[in-house]
Every structure is written in structure tokens, then in C-alpha cells.
Design a protein around this ligand. Structure first.
Ligand SMILES: *Cc1c(COP(=O)(O)O)cnc(C)c1O
Length: 382
């Protein structure tokens, strides 16, 4: 059992009270009153044309591919360094994911790599706000406009982050959010599709309910409406239990983010002069949501050894994101050397809103000792 866990969801009495209300209402399933309220709140928060509450971000990405009309034979460029949900989503609709390498300093997709991969079959790109930091949307949108491509923003980790003053989740025509237990706002499992285009929202909402729309709505109509199934749909609905929890969580984003920011600032202070690791870089025009706190270890440090030491002292850690292109299911002859390097050298250390500054100091001290103990060479972090 970790004494300082890598992650810890901030769920408490207010969320419990919201769940109790749903129990009393008698409608715990999806697309009911709580789900509709959540969708209204999300549409307002993101200044969106529509917001669809769904079961998770993977489902939201799947719906995005369907609603944007992606089909077999199409290519979709995906950011390589990420939880590889984007490449999965492209495959769900029989299309081909093409992995684009990332910036070494932010881990977000490199616009130059994207531009170089645009070909006759490219229909769009899934851009990731990597571990909470928004990508380069000005440059990416220019590429999309030049070639007539869509952009889907995978803001799964980025609730609360900003780019040039705008909220992550509103940086492309379609965006997805995750409310998984490891993300900044959570209902255990959950997600949303946010879109500027009401037609995409309507289409996604229908597909998420087996193609027939809200059963709760039908129950409110006088008479006996019998829905017809005209398309193969899915059940990607978010339960009203989860929607009620999320209404509380959305209101807490500023508070939770402030605490994560304080943790990040303290780590940065601790490691400012540490040559064996680099702390995350945040460009001036954007802010981080700190879904994870990732340090990049010097190439001469044995990461597994460091992780073993941390865990032995009760400190949770992980490798961070994945290089998509080397995963067996997605492997091609493509290379993304920067992403692969980050995949091999990055280490996630405890980051959540329940950490105390004493715990942060303890993690920093243990990590500093561990990287020194496991440094094989005198080479510096990049
Ligand atoms: C977590 C994550 C997802 C998946 O979210 P779920 O809600 O668990 O499906 C998708 N994309 C990225 C970038 C993620 O980090």
C-alpha cells in the first residue's frame, strides 16, 4: 500500500449528497434530468454549440469519428505520445491511425510532424492535450485549414487548462473530456463530447443511445410514442448518478486546480537545480491542468531502479504516457523518435489535490536520492 499515492480522487460529502438526490428521484439511468443539466452546464462552460455526456472519453472519441464521417480507407493523424485512446478510436471505424511525433519540451504533437504526414487520404487529426497541457492549436488549425482537415481535441487530461486564454475543451470543432478517476474532475468513469457544431452533437447523442434518443424524454410524452431503430447505435450514455457527481465536481475545478498548481510549483522549486531530471515545461501562452506530474530523467538514470526505490518507501509512481507507434496493435514501419525517448525516460510522481506540502517535500527528497543512486553516467537531462 502506497503511503503517498500517485493519484487520489477528490470525492467527498457534497458528491455523496448529489448521489442521494438521484436515488430519491428514481431515475439513475442516463439522459435523464441530471444528465441534461450536466450537458447544459458543459455547453455553457465551453461556450459550445452542444455537449454530450457519455460513459467515457474512449466512447466520445468513437462518436467523434462516427459523427465526422471517418470511414475505412481514411487516414487520421494522431499524437503519438499519449494514452493511446486516439489510435484505438480511429481503428473502431476501420480507418488508419498515422502517428505524429511530438515536441521534446511539452510532449504535445509537433505541428511540423503533422504537416509532413498529410497525404491524399488524410481526413483529420486527433490532437492531445498531453497529460494536461494544450497543444499548438494556432499552428495546427492553420494546417487543418490549408488541407481541409478536421481537428478533434483530446482534452481527456486537460479540464481546467487554457491556451491563449481559451479553455482546453473548446480549442477545436470537436473535443472530448474524460471524467475517469485519474483525471482532474471525476465521476469514477465518465466523459463528454463538446462541439461547436450542434448537428454533430445531435448525431453523437443519438448514436450514444442505440440511435433512439432519451428514454426519459419518451416517458414524459403524452400518448405512446414508439421509437424506430433506423441505424446501428451504441450504449455510451453516462448514468444520471455520474452526472450528479460531475455537477459538483465541475464547480470544484478552480479549487482543485489551485491545489494541483501549488504542488507543481513546489516540485519545480525542489528540482530547479537538479541536473539528473527535467521538470515539465509550460509555454507562456498556456496553462497546465496537471493531470499528471512527469519528470524526464537523464538518459543515464536507471528508471526502473528509481521506481523500485520510490515504491519501497511508499511513494507511488508510473511511466506516464505511451509511445503509440511501438504498441504491438498499432506498430508499422513508422518512427517517432522523440515520443519513444519520452516513453523510455519519463516518470510520473504523485500529483493530486489531496497532497500536503510535507508529502511533496518527502517525494522530492526521496526522488533526488534515488536518481543519484541510479545514475550510471554524468550526462545531463535534455
Ligand atoms: C485517459 C485518457 C483517455 C481515455 O479516457 P477514458 O474516459 O478512460 O476513456 C483518452 N485520451 C487521453 C489522452 C487520456 O489520457
Amino acid at each position: 500500500m502506497d503511503t503517498i499515492p500517485l493519484v487520489h480522487a477528490s470525492l467527498g460529502e457534497r458528491e455523496l449528497a448529489a448521489v442521494a438526490e438521484v436515488f430519491a428521484s428514481g431515475w439513475p439511468a442516463g439522459q435523464g434530468p441530471k444528465g441534461k443539466q450536466l450537458e447544459t452546464l458543459l455547453a455553457q462552460r465551453y461556450g459550445a454549440g452542444d455537449a454530450v455526456a457519455v460513459s467515457n472519453a474512449g466512447a466520445a472519441l468513437h462518436l467523434a469519428m462516427l459523427s465526422l464521417g471517418v470511414k475505412p480507407g481514411d487516414e487520421v493523424i494522431v499524437a503519438d505520445y499519449t494514452f493511446p485512446a486516439p489510435a484505438h478510436a480511429v481503428r473502431y471505424v476501420g480507418a488508419t491511425p498515422v502517428c505524429a511525433d511530438v515536441r521534446a519540451d511539452t510532449g504535445t504533437v509537433d505541428p511540423k510532424a503533422v504537416e509532413a504526414l498529410v497525404g491524399p487520404r488524410t481526413v483529420g487529426m486527433i490532437v492531445v492535450d498531453t497529460l494536461g497541457i494544450p497543444a499548438d492549436y494556432a499552428e495546427l488549425q492553420a494546417i487543418a485549414d490549408r488541407h481541409g482537415l478536421f481537428i478533434v481535441e483530446d482534452a481527456a487530461c486537460a479540464v481546467g487548462a487554457t491556451y491563449q486564454g481559451r479553455e482546453a475543451g473548446s480549442l477545436a470543432e470537436v473535443a472530448v473530456l474524460s471524467f475517469h478517476g485519474r483525471k482532474g474532475a471525476t465521476s469514477g468513469e465518465g466523459g463528454a463530447l463538446i462541439t461547436a457544431d450542434p448537428a454533430i452533437g445531435k448525431d453523437a447523442r443519438m448514436r450514444a443511445s442505440f440511435g433512439i434518443g432519451s428514454i426519459f424524454d419518451m416517458s414524459q410524452v403524452v400518448g405512446l410514442p414508439v421509437a424506430e431503430f433506423t441505424e446501428v447505435g451504441y450504449n455510451f450514455k453516462l448514468s444520471d448518478i455520474a452526472a450528479a457527481i460531475l455537477q459538483v465536481q465541475l464547480g470544484r475545478i478552480p479549487e482543485l486546480l489551485e491545489r494541483r498548481n501549488a504542488v507543481a510549483a513546489r516540485y519545480a522549486e525542489h528540482f530547479a537545480d537538479e541536473e539528473l531530471l527535467a521538470v515539465p515545461f509550460v509555454p507562456e501562452d498556456r496553462t497546465h491542468a496537471w493531470q499528471s506530474y512527469i519528470v524526464t530523467l537523464d538518459a543515464g538514470v536507471d528508471r526502473a531502479g528509481v521506481a523500485t526505490d520510490l515504491r519501497a518507501q511508499g511513494i507511488g509512481c508510473g511511466h506516464g504516457a505511451w509511445a503509440t507507434h511501438v504498441q504491438p496493435v498499432f506498430r508499422t514501419d513508422q518512427t517517432c523518435p522523440v515520443s519513444l525517448d519520452l516513453f523510455q525516460r519519463n516518470l510520473a510522481i504523485p500529483m493530486h489535490a489531496e497532497l500536503t506540502m510535507d508529502q511533496v517535500d518527502q517525494v522530492a527528497a526521496v526522488l533526488r536520492t534515488a536518481v543519484r543512486a541510479h545514475s550510471k553516467s554524468g550526462r545531463r537531462a535534455a
